[in-house]
Design a binder for this molecule. Structure first.
Ligand SMILES: [Zn+2]
Length: 441
């Protein structure tokens, strides 16, 4: 029995999901006609419980049901919409696109036995709405090539797939229009993403200077105002903090408001690659700059993922690392414990934090928010790490939240109480290993 190879069908489907889902799941058409907009869920009904991804639906075929969560790609989406198994979905999509089936080992062997050595040409056609490519690759004669007239091409889509857009155009004119519009949008997105990569590299590699440079005065003053005075050599080991002498600040409409000195922080993924930059805009005297959002993260290029990443402040040496939301909070914990503590920038990213190789213990320095956001994320991270077999404990400030404040964090503790406001190493170890284990250690 020949079969469809998932990888091949997926490749052929990329860029064609609008046609595919429209044909195989007509009940999702309302969502297809308005990508990114919330519409009645094809499964649950209602008013606005479902949407297909605006940015990359053509390529991925994914969507989101408010009740069931994300369907990451078109296969998941069709399985869910049609109550199909993966195999059924693969076959339906493969057939729709005219993807060539794969031969089983037995069938191949059979063909080889029948084969006579001869020169032949192989055509490779890619399924892609109108953008199909053809190349002719002469294959040298070998005794193992199957014969004409019907060469079976491992994994290549047939010419039939080009017919799809034409058929579609006749039956559903709106579909072609939408396809073109979405292709244009995807192209704009690709260009934007490429520019973003350049921008990030430009700022980080060419415009920023090390903390030890002379123009670092605003950053030094900012840290001093936050009670963060220490030797930076251990922090600088992981090269995640740099200073920008005059970084442009843009408002929401993209207009440049002015240039400010800034602390620029690299958010790196688990492998250490720079994903994007976090910026803290400052005045010359080390206050936060008077702009609507003095702390801003740059967008994340399409092909990268910021989840799991962090601003690395020092390298963990003995398998223990701390993690906190803000850079200031993380540095406060470092000052108090001398344990390298990384910053995840936000509560969302804290929840998703991925522990670097070789780390067995994580101290989670929670923000104490009135809204409980910080604590909730800290405990969610703790629970996940424990499941992964990593020792973890959440440490929350005892300091009360001021009446008019949104919350307190460990930098507030450092400023008001100094390092004495932090739990002792003994207390931390006790909460990680239990009192008995600590006594034994
Ligand atoms: Zn739903």
């Amino acid at each position: 029995m020949s079969y469809y190879k998932a990888e091949t069908v997926r490749e052929a489907a990329s860029g064609n999901w609008l046609f595919i889902v429209s044909a195989l799941a007509p009940h999702a058409e309302e969502a297809l006609k308005r990508p990114g907009k919330h519409v009645a869920c094809p499964i649950h009904g209602g008013k606005d419980g479902f949407r297909v991804f605006k940015k990359d639906f053509l390529e991925t075929g994914g969507g989101y049901c408010n009740t069931c969560g994300p369907r990451h790609d078109g296969f998941e989406l069709l399985m869910w919409l049609n109550n199909w198994s993966f195999k059924e979905t693969l076959a339906a999509v493969g057939e729709f696109l005219g993807v060539e089936k794969q031969l089983t080992w037995k069938e191949k062997k059979q063909q080889q036995n029948n084969a006579r050595p001869q020169q032949r040409q192989r055509q490779v056609a890619c399924a892609g709405g109108g953008a199909a490519q053809e190349s002719v690759i002469p294959i040298p004669a070998t005794p193992h090539v199957q014969p004409e007239p019907e060469p079976v091409q491992d994994g290549a889509a047939s010419e039939d797939s080009k017919v799809i857009p034409l058929l579609m155009q006749k039956s559903k004119p709106w579909l072609m229009e939408l396809q073109e519009e979405m292709e244009r949008r995807a192209e704009r997105q690709r260009k934007y993403s490429a520019r973003l990569h350049e921008k990030i590299t430009q700022i980080w590699e060419k415009e920023c200077l090390p903390l030890s440079s002379e123009c670092n005065e605003p950053v030094r003053a900012y840290f001093q105002n936050r009670g963060l005075v220490f030797r930076w050599n251990r922090i600088e080991e992981s090269d995640s903090l740099r200073v920008h002498p005059a970084l442009s600040y843009f408002d929401e409409d993209g207009n440049e408001v002015g240039k400010f000195p800034a602390l620029v922080c690299a958010i790196r993924d688990k492998a250490g690659q720079v994903i994007t930059l976090h910026r803290i805009y400052l005045t010359q005297t080390g206050k936060k700059a008077r702009v609507p959002e003095p702390k801003k993260m740059m967008p994340v290029p399409d092909d990268l993922k910021v989840t799991g990443g962090a601003i690395r402040l020092g390298e963990p040496k003995s398998g223990i690392i701390g993690v906190a939301e803000g850079v200031e909070t993380a540095l406060s914990a470092f000052k108090a414990t001398q344990i390298p503590t990384w910053a995840t920038v936000s509560a969302t990213l804290m929840e998703a934090f991925e522990v670097p190789e070789g780390v067995h213990t994580v101290l989670i320095w929670a923000d104490k928010d009135k809204s409980l956001t910080g604590q909730t994320s800290a405990h969610a991270l703790e629970a996940r790490l424990k499941q992964e077999g990593i020792k973890a404990t959440v440490i929350t400030p005892k300091l009360p939240i001021p009446k008019n404040g949104k919350g307190v964090d460990w930098n507030d503790v450092l400023i008001s109480q100094g390092t004495e406001g932090f739990p002792t190493a003994q207390r931390i170890y006790a909460s990680l290993f239990g009192g008995y284990a600590y006594a034994r250690a």
